[in-house]
Design a protein around this ligand. Structure first.
Ligand code: HEM
Length: 513
């Protein structure tokens, strides 16, 4: 009788655990069984392929590239991150199938684990009706007519950056990304939060450093399946560094929002009007994106302070690091290809004559067609956002095999942009691939650095405009030479692409003809 009393609680607890976990375990077993025919490198029973990822990000990238070539015929392969199956997709047809299907919109697992603590449920991470409402609310703030008003900010900051660069002329080596990063931070802070941060004047920023550290931490965690549990992660040095970065990032934006609200109260600023028909924002003065959110909150209190914070964090992150990486890579490639640089200079002279000072206008931007091709080819070869992820919400045929609902998909733009069928000699830097006659017949989803479908990048036009202004301003005044061969560069695919050893260049002043 006594032994029954002792055993009973254990039997009870065991039954509860079984009832809770058995369906999950069974579902997982079915998922694995259904993926059994999907091609990929063999892994170990519990660790999966984790031990093959290598010691660092560069080794991981090499491993992925190797498998991409091995399974090029399918344009997809399967890896196990510990117990978690991840299907890598890098062919345009399957990419389109997934990105066009609204059902696969939700960003789960790696996004939630990596980015949610920082960006909350902002536009990048939200889904369903919340995402749709926010996207509708935020789209007018990036309308072309609004962007034209931001041209002034792009130009001012581009000139500030060019002045800094001119001071570095003839130095034996300059590391490019920190310079560019501060410029793009100044642009974003002025446009998004209405704050003239003047990071370029100060030389460094705690915020920028925290963004970079955070990016690294998120990817390192993803490569260590034993850190997936929040409890375990918090006990590790990486987890503690994560907490510290989060504190800096959130405190910075929280303070800015607080100050801006106070400022608006004190100044009694005029309300923003959103025209329902054109979805344009009409206003008397140049407003920051944050002002729009604060005004919307007055009319619609369902947009909480937390909601504002998550959108500000999302836009600051999405708009700053991406543009600065993309620009650094474009300048790097231009600096490696003197023939391309000469053609850009010729085009700049056709548009600006010998004027190296005047601001770039929206008419100029339209005329800079070759520069557009160069920017696209840089995005193709050194894709800023190497990969995005989705979780399948219904069974989907990928690489000729039915992949079950619930599978995590890694959509690799980096690999997609190297498809030799779409881009012959994919490792060659050739901007002419993007001239209209050479682009004919290319699959719509063969080149998608800003993603595609309804969850594409909301800031695409903003990013292109900003980069073109900055490139046209710098390259009118200086010539750039990149010191490292592309084969020598060690790239790390974090949230955005990064060069581990920086991007070393020299500048010389351009002579007037
Ligand atoms: C060269 C620069 C940029 C690149 C390469 C880029 C790329 C991307 C990509 C690939 C996505 C899809 C992410 C996913 O599906 O998980 C995305 C989404 C997003 N981007 Fe960008 N981006 C850039 C600049 C910007 C800028 C300047 C802004 C803001 C002004 C911005 C704001 C966003 C937002 C808010 C989303 C989420 C959109 C949604 O889910 O509705 N991005 N971007």
């Amino acid at each position: 009788m006594d032994s029954v009393k002792v055993i009973a609680p254990f039997v009870f607890a065991g039954t509860v655990v079984l009832v809770i976990f058995l369906p999950k375990v069974l579902r997982y077993m079915v998922l694995r069984y259904r993926l059994r025919n999907f091609k990929g490198p063999r892994g170990l029973p519990i660790l999966g392929n984790a031990l093959q990822f290598g010691r660092d990000n560069a080794a991981y990238r090499k491993f992925i590239r190797h498998n991409a070539e091995r399974f090029q015929e399918n344009g997809s392969f399967l890896l196990y991150f510990g117990l978690l199956p991840v299907v890598f997709v890098y062919n345009a047809v399957d990419m389109e199938k997934i990105l066009r299907n609204v059902k696969h919109d939700e960003k789960e697992f790696f996004y939630k684990m990596g980015l949610s603590p920082w960006l909350g449920d902002g536009l990048l991470l939200s889904a369903g009706s919340k995402w749709a409402a926010r996207r509708k609310l935020l789209t007018p703030s990036l309308h072309f007519s609004i962007l034209k008003k931001f041209l002034f900010v792009f130009n001012e900051q581009a000139q500030c950056l060019t002045e800094k660069i001119c001071q570095l002329v003839d130095k034996p080596s300059v590391n490019l990304p920190p310079l560019i990063s501060l410029c793009s931070l100044d642009v974003m802070s002025e446009i998004i939060i209405g704050l003239k941060l003047a990071a370029q004047e100060g030389g460094s920023s705690e915020y920028v450093e925290a963004v970079h550290r955070m990016s690294k931490i998120i990817l390192e965690r993803a490569m260590r399946p034993w850190c997936y549990s929040n409890f375990v992660f918090r006990q590790t040095p990486l987890g503690r560094e994560h907490e510290e970065c989060l504190r800096i990032l959130h405190n910075t934006t929280k303070q800015v929002i607080h100050d801006r609200k106070l400022g608006i109260q004190e100044e009694g600023r005029k309300a923003v009007i959103i025209d329902d028909k054109s979805r344009e924002v009409r206003k008397r003065r140049r407003l920051a994106f944050l002002d729009l959110l604060i005004e919307v909150q007055k009319q619609d209190p369902s947009l909480t302070d937390e909601g504002i914070q998550e959108e500000v964090d999302t836009f600051m992150f999405e708009g700053h690091d991406t543009v600065s990486t993309s620009l650094s890579m474009a300048l790097y490639l231009i600096g490696r290809h003197p023939d391309v640089q000469k053609k850009i200079q010729k085009e700049l002279e056709q548009v600006f004559g010998i004027d190296r000072e005047r601001f770039v206008t929206s008419e100029d931007l339209q005329k800079l067609e070759y520069l557009s091709c160069v920017m696209k080819e840089s995005q193709r070869l050194l894709t800023t956002v190497p990969t995005v992820g989705r979780t399948l919400k219904e069974d989907t045929r990928i690489g000729g095999i039915d992949v079950p609902k619930g599978t995590y998909i890694s959509l690799s733009f980096h690999l997609l942009h190297r498809d030799p069928n779409e881009f012959p000699e994919p490792e060659k830097f050739d901007p002419d691939r993007f001239c209209p006659s050479n682009s004919e017949g290319r699959h719509n989803f063969a080149f998608i650095p800003f993603s595609a479908g309804h969850r594409n990048c909301i800031g695409q036009k903003f990013a292109i405009m900003e980069q073109k202004v900055i490139l046209a301003t710098i390259l009118r005044k200086v010539e750039i030479k990149s010191l490292q061969e592309i084969a020598e560069m060690r790239f790390a695919a974090e949230l955005v692409l990064r060069s581990v050893d920086g991007v070393k260049v020299t500048f010389t002043r351009r002579l007037l003809h």
